[in-house]
Design a binder for this molecule. Structure first.
Ligand SMILES: Nc1nc2c(c(=O)[nH]1)N[C@H]1C(S)=C(S)[C@@H](COP(=O)(O)O)O[C@H]1N2
Ligand SMILES: [Mo]
Length: 391
């Protein structure tokens, strides 16, 4: 059994009892409010929102305000090329055709009859960490917030393709969304069969419209843009379609001027969420460094934390559950004594991949790389506890 330790002085910032008035708080003097039919957060949490929130601009997850690993559905980042369509699930159909023995159309109700698979996975836009975001706001929401992590439920894509009898020579599947962008993406069949789901639920309830209601493709570990929302068609083929959103966009520009296409797996990545830019340590004493790590290649194996801009590193604790292709929470105790800190985290996954430093990443991909940015992020903690970007 763990014994209680009796501290000589409080280090977590609590105030001595008796130092504040002890009148009954107002909430104890009257009945409370009625319960809403569908609950929403306290009005005192009104700052914890997606930013920005235009029709077409991506809206980012406030990672610095969240705990644990599951992103609340209403705070999941969202990226929509033509806004959020309103789709009647009773009228919606999913067509599976191409290199199959029997082309089929499925209703949402048909897909609900397949064995239900529930798994937790992150979703990350290929453009997360692109330099432009930090110009809109110097917080972890702008630097890393095009990522979320949900519990998803749906039918295995493999089961649905087998129902239609996909041919042995099929190697690609084109997925099409029912939004105004005529959004379509080619997915290598091998990747599509590796844990891919046609999901209808997110965090225990039906998908939110922003996340693809009533059906979306969920491809664990692959870049967000391949996870086609409002899924209406799967065309099984033996070649990619080279559609606009896999050639003109979401294709990686290399330093030699060539483009890499269909490099879909998101690399190993991590970020410290507290302390992070825009936050402030309230004074000297005890805190906890907290952050998130994830990899599209598998599980997180280790996260190291530095307080001195990479001169020395210490292993952080990984919190259960450490799931493949999912956010993993890490932490490390921090004693802040008023000396300046340069805080950063560096993740390693079970495939042995390690996050590069900003300099290593720039040497490899250039300073203006906009897709698949996974460099180590450093925060500066000033002597007064104020946290800002960069080292
Ligand atoms: N049909 C359709 N699917 C889509 C998109 C879209 O605009 N239309 N955006 C893609 C992009 S670029 C990303 S990053 C993810 C975002 O998923 P989310 O909005 O659920 O976070 O959806 C992808 N799927
Ligand atoms: Mo994206």
């Amino acid at each position: 059994m763990r014994r209680l330790s009796f501290l000589k002085a409080t280090v977590f910032g609590a105030t001595a009892f008796g130092a504040e008035p002890s009148a009954l708080p107002p909430a104890m003097l009257a009945d409370g409010n009625a319960v809403a039919a569908y609950g929403v957060p306290s009005p005192f949490e009104a700052d914890v929102v997606r930013r920005p929130s235009g029709l077409l601009s991506p809206a980012l997850t406030p990672l610095g305000d969240l705990t644990g690993t599951i992103t609340p559905s209403g705070l999941c980042f969202t990226r929509n090329h033509a806004g959020v369509p309103q789709i009647d699930p009773h009228a919606h159909r999913l067509l599976v055709h191409g290199l199959v023995r029997r082309p089929l159309t499925f209703t949402v109700a048909d897909l609900l009859r397949f064995p239900a698979v529930t798994r937790t996975h992150f979703l990350e836009c290929a453009g997360n960490g692109a330099p432009g975001w930090q110009q809109l706001g110097a917080t972890v929401q702008f630097s890393h917030g095009l990522a979320s992590n949900c519990e998803w439920t749906g039918a295995a894509l493999r089961d649905v393709l087998e129902e239609a009898g996909a041919n042995a020579n099929a190697t690609w599947v084109l997925a099409e969304g029912a939004d105004g962008d005529l959004y379509e993406r080619s997915i290598p069949l091998a990747a599509a069969l590796d844990g891919a789901l046609i999901v209808y639920a997110q965090n225990g309830e039906r998908l939110r419209p922003e996340q693809g209601y009533p059906l979306r493709l969920l491809l664990p570990g692959l870049e967000g843009s391949a996870n086609v929302k409002w899924l209406r068609r799967l065309h099984v083929t033996d070649a990619p379609a080279y559609s606009r959103n896999e050639t003109a966009s979401y294709a990686r520009l290399n330093r030699d001027g060539t483009r890499t296409i269909f490099d879909l797996t998101m690399d190993v990545k991590s970020v410290v969420t507290t302390p992070s830019a825009g936050q402030r340590l309230a004074g000297r004493g005890a805190y906890e460094i907290r952050g998130l790590a994830w990899s599209g290649h598998g599980r997180i194996a280790a996260v190291d934390v530095t307080l001195d801009d990479g001169a020395t590193w210490q292993p952080a604790a990984l919190h259960d559950p450490v799931l493949p292709k999912a956010f993993t929470r890490f932490s490390m105790p921090l004693r802040f004594d008023g000396s300046e800190l340069r805080v950063a985290s560096r993740a390693r996954d079970d495939a042995g991949r390690v996050q590069p430093t900003a300099a290593e990443f720039a040497a490899l991909r250039g300073l203006d790389a906009t897709y698949h940015v996974n460099a180590i992020q450093t925060w500066r903690v000033a002597a007064d506890g104020a946290v800002s970007l960069g080292s």
